[in-house]
Write a protein that binds this ligand. Structure first.
Ligand code: ADP
Length: 620
C-alpha cells in the first residue's frame, strides 16, 4: 500500500478519535454513563478501513485512552464500577483489534484479486511482459515470456535475461537500461532476443517506471514486442516497391523505343510512298516494332492473368518437334537480323506432350528469343530435344554473355534482370522467364538455367512429362499446321463488332487476309439487324459500346431460336472474374481479353464448329 495512504490512515485515526470524543462530550448530559466507548468504534473503523491494521490499532488505543481520560469518571470507592469500566475498555480493545484485522484482510484480498486480474491480463496479451524492481532486477515474467524464450524463472530472474540477448549488442543495451533506471525514465530500445528455437528475433522493448507520490520508482513494468515479421514484410515491400519503380522505368523505356520508330516511320511515309524499296523498308520496321510491342503487352497481360489465377490451359497431344518449329519460326527474323547460326537436333521418333500448344510455343520462343537477343551478332545457338525415360528434355544453348552463378535461380523471378541496362538495351521487362517457369510448372515440368559463368554462354533445360501412344500418328497433324495457308479454311462467316470501327475493320482485314469471310461493324443496333439478316457463324462482340452494350446484343440474339448455333465471342478489355460471369449470363460462348493474337483467332476459327463450347476465359 502506498505510504501516503498509510500516513493518511494514522491521521484519520487521530482526527476521527478526537471528533468522536468531542461529540461524545457534547452528548454527555444526555447519555451520562451510557455508551462511553461505543462511539469510538466509528473512529477505529474509519482508520482501519482507510489505513489497514496499524492505523486501526492506533485508533483503538487512542480511543481507549481518550475515553478513560475524558469520559469515564475516575474510579471511586465502588470496586464493581471500576471492574465494569475495565471490562468495557478490554472489550473495546478486542472489538477494535477485530475490526482492524478484518479491514486488513479485506485490503489483502482486494490486492490479491487485482494482482490476479493483472496476471490474467498480462498472460493473455501477445507481448512478453515483465516486471522489475527499482534497481532493474526483474522479478516477474508473464507466461508468454516463458513460451517464447523456452526458459524458466530461475534462469532469467534478476539479470539472467541478459543471456538471451546478442552478446555483441549486450553492453550497449545494459548501458542504456542502466541509464534509464538511474534517471527513472521510460526506456525503449530495439533489440534482438533469442527465441526458444535459437532464432534471434527483433523485439521492441519498452519499460515504464511505476512511481509513488514522491516520484520514487516503485517498480518497472516492461513489455517486449516481436517485430521480426513486420521488419521482414517492410523489407519485402520496400523491395517490391523498388522493383515496381524499376519495372515502370523499364516499361516506359521499352514502349517508347518501338513507338519512336513507328512515329518516325509514319512521318517519313508521305515522302517515300512512291519508292517501293523505301516503303518495304519502312513497313518492315513498323512490323517488327509492332511485334515487339505486342509481345511486351501480351507478356504483361499474361503476368496479370497468372497473378489472378486466370490462366486456363487447353491441353492437347503435341509433338515436341512441332513446338520447336513454331518457336524457331517466331524468332527466326531476329536471328537472321543478327546473323546467328542455329543448330536444331530433333529425335528420330516423335515425342508427344499433353500440352497447351500456344503456351508451350510461348515458353520455347521466350527462351529462344532470349538466347538470340543476349548472344548478339554472329552468335551460335543450339536446340537439342531428347527423351529421358518418360520425360522430354529440351536444351537451349548459346555462346552469349552467360549468367553469374548467383543469378541462375533469381532470373526466374518477376522483373529480375542480371544487368538491367543490358536487359533494357536488349528489349526486355524481366518477366519472360517468370512466364516460362509458371507455364512449365502448370504443365508439370521443370526449367533450370546453367552457365559456367560470365562470358561462357548459357543453357536452359526444360523437362516436360512425355505422353505415350496412342498419339503417335498425330505428328503429321501438327506438321500440317506449320503450313497455315495449306489447310482448308472452313466456310465460316465472321462478324466483328466494335464501336472503334477502325480496330474492327483492321481485324476483319487481317482475318480476310487469312481467307475468312469477315465483316466489321461499328455499333450494336446495326449488328443486330445484320446478324438477323445474314446469320454469321461467329460474332466477335465488343462489350462497352454506346447505345447498346455487347451483353444486351448477346441477350437479344439468344432470344432468337434461329441464332442458337451462332458462336458468340466477347472481345473486351475487361477480364475480371465478374466480367466472365456476366458474359456467360448474357449468352456468350467464349470470353477473350484484348488484344488477341491473330494466329490464335485463326486457330479458334479452324476448330469451329465444335458444338456449343462452354464459357471460359480464353488466353488467345
Ligand atoms: P528480359 O525481358 O529482361 O529478357 P527474362 O525474364 O526473359 O527478362 O530474362 C531475365 C534475365 O535473365 C534477363 O534480363 C537476362 O539478364 C537473363 N537471361 C535470360 N536469358 C539469357 C541468356 N540466354 N543469356 C544471358 N542472360 C540471359
Amino acid at each position: 500500500m502506498d505510504r501516503i495512504q498509510k500516513l493518511l490512515g494514522y491521521v484519520i485515526a487521530v482526527v476521527a478519535s478526537l471528533l468522536v470524543l468531542v461529540c461524545r462530550l457534547a452528548l454527555s448530559d444526555v447519555l451520562e454513563r451510557q455508551a462511553e466507548l461505543l462511539p469510538f468504534v466509528l473512529a477505529v473503523t474509519a482508520a482501519a478501513w482507510w489505513g489497514g491494521l496499524l492505523p486501526g490499532l492506533c485508533a483503538t488505543v487512542l480511543s481507549v485512552l481518550l475515553g478513560i481520560y475524558f469520559i469515564i469518571p475516575p474510579p471511586n470507592q465502588l470496586q464493581i464500577q471500576a471492574l465494569a469500566d475495565g471490562l468495557n475498555a478490554g472489550i473495546f480493545v478486542i472489538v477494535g483489534t477485530t475490526i482492524s484485522l478484518l479491514c486488513e484482510a479485506l485490503h489483502a484480498s482486494r490486492r490479491r484479486e487485482t494482482e490476479s486480474q493483472f496476471r490474467t491480463l498480462a498472460d493473455s496479451i501477445p507481448q512478453l511482459v515483465w516486471m522489475a524492481r527499482p534497481d532493474g532486477e526483474r522479478f516477474w515474467f508473464n507466461k508468454r515470456w516463458y513460451d517464447y524464450t523456452g526458459t524458466t524463472f530461475e534462469r532469467v530472474k534478476g539479470f539472467g535475461w541478459q543471456a538471451l540477448r546478442d552478446p555483441e549488442e549486450l553492453p550497449e543495451i545494459c548501458e542504456s537500461w542502466n541509464r534509464a533506471v538511474k534517471a527513472g525514465n521510460e526506456w525503449e530500445q530495439t533489440i534482438r532476443l533469442r527465441r526458444k528455437d535459437g532464432e534471434m528475433r527483433w523485439n521492441i522493448v519498452r519499460a515504464v517506471p511505476v512511481k509513488n507520490a514522491r516520484g520514487e520508482v516503485e517498480c518497472w513494468f516492461g513489455t517486449n514486442t516481436d517485430i521480426q515479421d513486420r521488419i521482414e514484410i517492410e523489407h519485402a515491400l520496400k523491395n517490391a516497391d523498388s522493383c515496381k519503380d524499376q519495372f515502370l522505368a523499364t516499361l516506359a523505356h521499352e514502349l517508347r523505343n518501338p513507338l519512336a520508330s513507328i512515329s518516325n516511320a509514319v512521318q517519313l511515309w508521305p515522302a517515300v510512298r512512291n519508292d517501293p524499296d523505301e516503303v518495304r523498308h519502312i513497313w518492315h520496321i513498323m512490323e517488327r516494332q509492332v511485334r515487339q510491342m505486342s509481345r511486351l503487352i501480351d507478356d504483361l497481360l499474361d503476368v496479370s492473368r497468372i497473378t489472378r489465377g486466370q490462366i486456363t490451359l487447353l491441353p492437347q497431344p503435341v509433338d515436341a518437334a512441332f513446338l520447336i518449329n513454331a518457336a524457331v519460326e517466331t524468332v527466326q527474323p531476329l536471328m537472321t537480323d543478327l546473323r546467328q547460326r542455329l543448330t536444331v537436333t530433333l529425335p528420330d521418333e516423335p515425342l508427344f506432350i499433353n500440352g497447351d500448344v500456344a503456351r508451350l510455343t510461348q515458353v520455347f520462343s521466350n527462351i529462344l528469343n532470349n538466347s538470340a537477343k543476349y548472344t548478339g551478332q554472329n552468335g551460335e545457338i543450339s536446340i537439342h530435344v531428347s527423351r529421358d525415360d518418360d520425360k522430354v528434355v529440351f536444351k537451349f544453348r548459346d555462346n552469349g554473355p552467360g549468367i553469374p552463378a548467383h543469378m541462375l535461380e533469381k532470373i526466374f523471378e518477376m522483373f529480375c534482370q542480371v544487368d538491367d541496362t543490358l536487359g533494357r538495351s536488349c528489349g526486355g521487362l524481366g518477366i519472360g522467364l517468370t512466364l516460362v517457369k509458371r507455364f512449365v510448372d502448370l504443365h508439370g515440368g521443370t526449367v533450370v538455367a546453367h552457365s559456367e559463368g560470365v562470358g561462357k554462354g548459357s543453357e536452359f533445360v526444360v523437362t516436360l512429362p512425355m505422353l505415350h501412344a496412342p498419339y503417335q500418328d498425330r505428328r503429321s497433324d501438327h506438321s500440317e499446321q506449320t503450313s497455315e495457308h495449306s489447310r482448308p479454311v472452313p466456310a465460316h462467316r465472321v462478324l466483328i463488332v466494335d464501336d472503334d470501327l477502325e480496330t474492327a475493320e483492321m481485324l476483319a482485314k487481317l482475318l480476310r487476309s487469312r481467307r475468312w469471310d469477315a465483316t466489321a461493324l461499328g455499333d450494336g443496333f446495326t449488328a443486330l439487324e445484320w446478324i438477323r439478316a445474314r446469320r454469321p457463324d461467329v460474332v466477335f462482340l465488343d462489350i462497352g459500346m454506346p447505345g447498346i452494350s455487347g451483353y444486351e446484343v448477346a441477350r437479344k440474339l439468344r432470344e432468337d431460336e434461329d441464332l442458337e448455333e451462332t458462336f458468340l465471342v466477347a472481345l473486351t478489355g475487361y477480364g475480371q472474374p465478374d466480367d466472365l460471369r456476366l458474359a456467360r449470363e448474357a449468352g456468350f460462348n467464349l470470353h477473350l481479353t484484348k488484344p488477341v493474337r491473330l494466329s490464335s483467332l485463326d486457330d479458334l476459327l479452324f476448330k469451329l464448329p465444335v458444338g456449343r463450347m462452354s464459357i471460359h476465359s480464353g488466353a488467345v
